[in-house]
Design a protein around this ligand. Structure first.
Ligand code: 8X3
Length: 249
């Protein structure tokens, strides 16, 4: 039986690209997300992709997925579900958005990690991938909710690696910089496509979701004794968070 790779937030962007790439590289992929209509399109692209409705903020939903996977060779979990839901200075930010951002990005990944560790132990090997961000390493203006949450994801990865020491389970944090996906910036700016487009204005080649998926594929397909702790990946045009080369005509 093929090894199972569980990918959360698989309905679009990095999650969908990762599901496709892992399926093309021999995994049986469980592509999980809330939006089943989007997942249905993904399932059509590869018979090694099985789709499951999942809300990582709902413990019952996570438990239902775990119950479905009992006895299966669960070897990879890509905790990709997440996002930014505002672009506010902290002084103006909404506590509800803080709670939502933490729930999806941090607690959601923890719920899934807790649920998959017993299955990985049962399988005899596992790899937990946490999608953080360069926002999990450095601060910038008007990103407080997301920055704090992604620092939280980085903290989860570091803590987990220590706590799993001696177990056959790898822990990898992937921290992408500027990635142009259909939804990330649009969601952050509450649907304002003009503001979202400004993020990438004049940048010759922001990373794509497929670029980031390739880093995940590489990390999980390395021999099992090799653990990539942290992989920071930015486009060539982004030398640092605030140092972006833009060519604006
Ligand atoms: C997204 C990268 O630069 O918007 O995770 O924080 S950034």
């Amino acid at each position: 039986m093929k090894d199972y790779a569980i990918v959360t937030g698989a309905s679009s962007g990095i999650g969908a690209a990762t599901a496709k790439l892992l399926a093309a590289n021999g995994f049986h992929v469980i592509a999980a997300a809330r939006r089943m209509d989007r997942l249905a399109d993904l399932a059509k692209s590869d018979s090694n992709i099985e789709i499951v409705e999942l809300d990582v903020t709902n413990q019952k939903s996570v438990d239902a997925l775990a119950a479905k996977l009992v006895g299966k060779p669960v070897s990879v979990l890509v905790n990709n579900a997440g996002g930014a839901f505002d672009a506010s200075p902290i002084a103006d930010s909404d506590p509800e958005i803080w709670a939502k951002t933490f729930d999806v990005n941090v607690t959601g990944a923890v719920r899934m990690t807790k649920a998959m560790i017993p299955l990985m132990k049962n399988h005899g090997a596992g790899h937990i991938v946490l999608m953080s961000s360069t926002a999990g390493r450095i601060a910038y203006e008007n990103g407080g909710t997301y920055i704090a949450a992604k620092h939280g994801v980085a903290a989860v990865a570091g803590t987990l690696r220590l706590e799993l020491s001696g177990q056959p389970i790898r822990v990898t944090e992937i921290a992408p910089g500027m990635v142009k996906t259909d939804e990330f910036a649009v969601t952050r700016f509450a649907g304002d496509k003009t503001k979202a487009a400004k993020v990438y204005e004049g940048v010759a080649k922001p990373l794509t979701d497929a670029d980031v998926a390739e880093t995940i594929r590489w990390a999980v397909m390395l021999p099992e004794h090799i653990n990539i702790d942290l992989l920071v990946v930015r486009p060539l045009a982004q030398a640092a968070q605030h140092k972006v080369h833009r060519v604006i005509e």
